[in-house]
Design a protein around this ligand. Structure first.
Ligand code: PMP
Length: 303
């Protein structure tokens, strides 16, 4: 288990010791998954740490809360400053930041109507998530991605992640690194915690935002970087067989960054190695998050 005991976290407006931030075991959100959250990263730059696309993450957090009827008691500006203060207080150079809003109420009943909402912000030291630098091997999951007439896919909500977790575990227990999930209509949706891209004939292609995906901030970054690098970018539906015959496939995500996918269901993608265009996007992404390119400084919040 990770030892976070020397960290400080923000809870409902105060910075306190991690070990003092406690909830009762019958907390509603623990029992029912009724929380909303974010995953944000700060990277070391030559100029101290910088949080990547903080405004966009804060906006998504408030959108997730709105969809799930959670009325947060502070402004997005206050929340942004709270995130910055957690990174500062812990003196972290590069870290993963986890804001979380939840029903802080220990009752056994299902309804959280009018129950107390708490918010915490934690920041922990963090390295690469999908560590296979040579690319990952994926399985098309037998579990479909939740569709937005069942749960709001556009909200980053805890309960939604049971769908991600079961797909991920199925893939891992079947000997793969990660899952790829289809939507109900057989279109490619996304990974359990990542958006997906293919590269075909020099074009960078990803499912559009009207499909059942979380609107990833890294996804948006990839679309912009790809255009800046001169690639044609297309957002459209695709089926799984198109993945098998793509030149390149990759995941994007705050944790996964840009992760090449080199094999799907035992079929090699391209020559089975990370693709050139994928690697060029990854290289540019890493330069941007590490503050190496001034033109993208508007995405960085320096601490
Ligand atoms: N899809 C899902 C289901 C995710 O959990 C994530 C991670 N937040 C992503 C896509 C990628 O989103 P982002 O690039 O904003 O991290």
């Amino acid at each position: 288990m990770a030892d976070y005991n020397n960290l400080k976290v923000w809870l409902d407006g105060e910075i306190i010791e991690y070990k003092d931030a406690k909830v009762p075991i019958l907390t509603h959100s623990l029992q029912y998954g009724s929380g909303i959250f974010e995953g944000i990263r700060a990277y070391d730059t030559g100029n101290g740490p910088a949080i990547f696309r903080l405004d966009d993450h804060v906006n998504r957090f408030f959108r997730s809360a709105k969809i799930y009827y959670m009325n947060l008691k502070f402004s997005s500006e206050e929340f942004k400053n709270a995130i910055i203060s957690v990174v500062k207080t812990n003196d972290l150079k590069s870290c993963y930041i986890r804001p979380f809003a939840f029903y802080n109420d220990d009752s056994i009943g299902l309804s959280p109507f009018n129950k107390k909402i708490s918010v915490f912000i934690a920041a922990v030291p963090f390295k690469e998530y999908l560590t296979e630098i040579n690319g990952v091997r994926c399985k098309i999951s037998s579990w479909k991605r939740i569709s937005s007439n069942i749960l709001p896919v556009k909200a980053k909500a805890s309960g939604n992640y049971l769908n991600s977790i079961i797909a991920h575990l199925e893939a891992r227990y079947s000997g793969y690194d990660e899952a790829i999930m289809l939507a109900e209509n057989a279109n490619i949706a996304e990974g359990p915690g990542e958006n997906i891209f293919i590269v075909k004939d020099g074009k960078v292609i990803s499912p559009g935002t009207s499909s059942d995906i979380l609107e990833g901030i890294t996804r948006d970054t990839v679309l912009k970087i790809s255009k800046d690098l001169g690639y044609e970018v297309v957002e459209r539906d695709m089926h799984k067989e198109e993945l098998y015959i793509s030149d390149e496939v990759f995941f994007s995500g705050t944790a996964a960054e840009i992760t090449p996918i080199v094999e799907i269901d035992g079929i090699k993608i391209g020559d089975g190695k990370p693709g050139k265009i994928t690697l060029s996007i990854k290289e540019r992404y890493m330069e941007i998050v590490h503050g190496k390119i001034k033109a993208y400084y508007n995405w960085l919040t320096f601490i």
